[in-house]
Ligand binder design. Sequence first.
Ligand SMILES: C[S@@+](CC[C@H](N)C(=O)[O-])C[C@H]1O[C@@H](n2cnc3c(N)ncnc32)[C@H](O)[C@@H]1O
Ligand code: SF4
Length: 400
Amino acid sequence: MGTLPEGNPWPSSDTLVSLREPDSFHAYVHIPFCEVRCGYCDFNTYTASELGDVSRLDFDSALNHEIEFASKVLNASGITTPELSSIFFGGGTPSLMTGEQIERILGQLRLKFGVALDAEVTLEANPESTSTQLLEKLVSAGVNRVSFGAQSFDPDVLSVLDRTHRPELLLPLVTKAKELGLRTSIDLIYGAPGESIDSWAATLESAISLGTEHVSAYSLIVEDGTKLASKIRRGLLPDVDEDLNALKHALADQMFEAAGLSWYEVSNWGNPSVHNQAYWSSKNWWGFGPGAHSHINGNRFWNRKHPAAYQQALQTGSPAIGHEEIDDLTHLTERIMLQLRTSHGLDRSVISSAGVSAAVVARYLAEGKLSMEGNRIQVTKQGRLLVDGIALDLVSSIKA
Ligand SMILES: C[S@@+](CC[C@H](N)C(=O)[O-])C[C@H]1O[C@@H](n2cnc3c(N)ncnc32)[C@H](O)[C@@H]1O
Ligand code: SF4
């Protein structure tokens, strides 16, 4: 999330040219607030003292303003979109918003774009800011899936990560969410400095015992400029052990699969999220909120990062700070990078249209890092953790 990419300015006409027309439409809503910043996180999020004049209590108005703006842009561009198939409230900490705020945002999305009856509507929730009452209100607002940021069930690991919740909070929250009919997911992180393989195994056991239908497990990334990076650099904490992390990923895969949560993307197991799949297959989505990225008919654009700058820009027009049109080759290379990470893999037609070197593909097939089944090329278990490097090699071979 660090810095924003460079690009052209947002079109002064407030219209977009259609380059490609995907068959579904999705919304991401970024809630840029956190009570405290975790030492490892460089997402676009702000604590109260960093917000200036911005109040989170009426931030739904700014988001609703952007939703109205988006609907005008799409109309003026002659782009018709089907009803939304998925909505994702991500952060930051969406559970810091009130249920009423979420209800107003969903109401505005319904009014301006329509929301399909079977749409997946997810909200990311931090355990320490989620109550039974909030879950009830979210259900009545139209949320049907909650993703809890559990990260670890080991208090020492949570402390190294600067997380403020107690692991015991998860069971009652997930139980209540399931009683209310919500689909549930949890996020875990492996590789925190000092986390032993036994600690990770115990975290996996606790996570599985919650019985969520979906789990994400991310390898900890030490982002430049974070408190964690500084502590590691100064020798106050040990660096992430990549070999141990490979074992942790393999253990997660083995335990999730045994529990009936099937692997479907490098960091994801269980019942696939419609929203994530939309990103991976380059569907249309509008990202609302500070720093959010959008992809509409081959146009990519991204918003100003600070909530104050975002709110101010909306007074006179677009909150976007950059825009680019994605040409066919870039589109194909992005598909290679994203789809190779999934269990579905890549259609061979994508590889051949992009002009990927057959010799490079053959080498990875021979090394057992890729496999071929019918018309699809997939990453093997052995290649899974190397997938970004493999995809990069395939993409680099296009120009070779
Ligand atoms: C940005 S958070 C937003 C949701 C919520 N605030 C939370 O922390 O769960 C989404 C996910 O990204 C993960 N994340 C953030 N920074 C990360 C990093 N440096 N390495 C790996 N995962 C990271 C979080 O732990 C969390 O599971
Ligand atoms: S709570 Fe989530 S978004 Fe906020 S700082 Fe921590 S990891 Fe980042």
